[in-house]
Write a protein that binds this ligand. Structure first.
Ligand SMILES: Nc1ncnc2c1ncn2[C@@H]1O[C@H](COP(=O)(O)OP(=O)(O)OP(=O)(O)O)[C@@H](O)[C@H]1O
Ligand SMILES: [Mg+2]
Length: 396
């Protein structure tokens, strides 16, 4: 239970904050400096020993059951609190599928009878950890990398950029390279793919080395002069088996993030494209307030390489005359990158405005369609929702 709750004289109990990611879920209490636990987003499947990822299901009924058991685990094994007593903040991806959002609300309101739920976009709440109104937020998570600018507290949706390369792409690359270059006895490992554990043995190399490697691979460089690879690493699989990961694999596995695809896009170009799609007078502010979040950005050397790539790309003809940006500056949020969005939710959950911004149990019962900020341009609907809010407030 939250620390210092004893001094909360008769007030309402601290809200609980959930950030449900494609691989890891972060959960804890509002006003705290870090999540109480970061657990895999999985529940026990029907088969013995099988773990099912809750984000993989698209069938509403199946998803409902999975989320029900997942929240049972969160509330009664990890947080040890009564769901009926605490407001909920869900930190969600901006483009979270509607079916997932609706089913999540149904589970929380109907099954767990929570008093209220607030859905907060992860890119927006990341700013709360720093107390700044504008930033360019890049989230490098598991499935994809998403960039979204926030200017004076408003998400600039039309400048949103995404690329399906992040943790999963590195894992796949690593898996292919390990199977090709090493003798991996997967039978002795756990059910998890080995590559998902070994990502942490890799690092992002310097731009100059990456360029040299590319030149050698394409046969355009000095092929006679092979680069000295970094040292390999011994990764213990169990008590007796040790897998040797070659230095070259450690260095090249993460290149997938920065290699430009057929459309010339990479994780670095996403930032520049997002800046270019933003209003001209906002560009300088955005470029000087970059926030990097998501577990994959914790890779050694990631940020240094990102800076190098941005500086290099800025000189390219596409950006040179159209970017109007002199410098790129990065913030250091007060937490590890993988839970910065959760931390933003924890800050927001501790504010007094939480009650007025959340969807309450009564509102949900009156109208189970959740207000979606993406459809806020539908003013009629907005007006209806606002009048419903007023009616609810008056009856309370
Ligand atoms: N210290 C670390 N070094 C390198 N990679 C890491 C580290 N910690 C986590 N990761 C990687 O980060 C990824 C998970 O990041 P994160 O928790 O942000 O994803 P998620 O929120 O579950 O996914 P998404 O945001 O895409 O829904 C995994 O691929 C994991 O391997
Ligand atoms: Mg995430």
């Amino acid at each position: 239970m939250p620390l210092l709750e004893g001094i909360n004289y008769g007030g309402e109990k601290t809200a609980v904050i959930f950030d449900i990611g494609a691989v890891y879920t972060k959960c804890g209490f509002a006003g705290e400096t870090g999540p109480r636990c970061i657990i895999p987003s999985t529940v026990k499947g029907p088969k013995k020993g099988q773990e099912v990822n809750i984000c993989r299901s698209t069938d509403e009924k199946e998803l409902y059951d999975l989320l029900k058991s997942f929240f049972n685990k969160l509330y009664f094994r990890h947080l040890l609190v009564n769901p009926k007593e605490r407001r909920v903040v869900v930190v969600e991806s901006v483009f979270c599928p509607t079916v997932f959002r609706d089913t999540l609300a149904k589970v929380l309101f109907e099954h767990y009878q929570v008093p209220s739920v607030l859905f907060a976009p992860n890119h927006l709440v990341a700013l709360f950890t720093l107390g700044i109104p504008s930033a360019l937020v890049i989230d490098v998570g598991q499935k994809e990398t998403q960039v979204l600018p926030v200017f004076e507290g408003v998400l600039l949706l039309k400048a949103w950029q995404a690329l399906p390369v992040a943790g999963e792409a590195i894992e796949k690359n690593l898996e292919a390279q390990l199977l090709e270059g090493c003798n991996v006895k997967t039978a002795q490992s756990t059910d998890k793919p080995l590559s998902s554990l070994m990502v942490r043995c890799c690092f992002v190399t310097k731009l100059s080395r990456a360029k040299q490697m590319q030149a050698v691979a394409q046969g355009t460089g000095d092929t006679g002069q092979e680069l000295t690879p970094p040292p390999g690493i011994d990764y213990p699989l169990d008590g007796s088996t040790v897998l040797h990961i070659a230095g070259k694999i450690r260095e090249t596995a993460c290149e997938v993030l920065f290699e430009r695809d057929a459309e010339e896009t990479s994780v670095a170009t996403l930032l520049l494209e997002a800046i270019m799609k933003s209003p001209v007078d906002a560009r300088k502010t955005l470029a000087e307030n970059i926030i990097v979040i998501g577990g994959t950005s914790m890779l050694l050397g990631f940020k240094a390489r990102l800076v190098e790539e941005l500086r290099d790309l800025r000189e390219k003809p596409r950006y040179k005359e159209r970017l109007f940006v002199d410098a790129f500056k990065f913030h250091s949020p007060p937490g590890k990158e993988n839970y910065v969005a959760w931390l933003g939710g924890a800050v927001f959950g501790a504010l007094e405005v939480l009650a007025s911004r959340s969807v309450t149990q009564e509102m949900y019962r009156a109208d189970p369609v959740l207000p979606d900020w993406c459809t806020l341009h539908e003013t009629e609907e907005l007006d209806e929702k606002a009048s419903l809010h007023k009616k609810m407030a008056a009856t309370r």
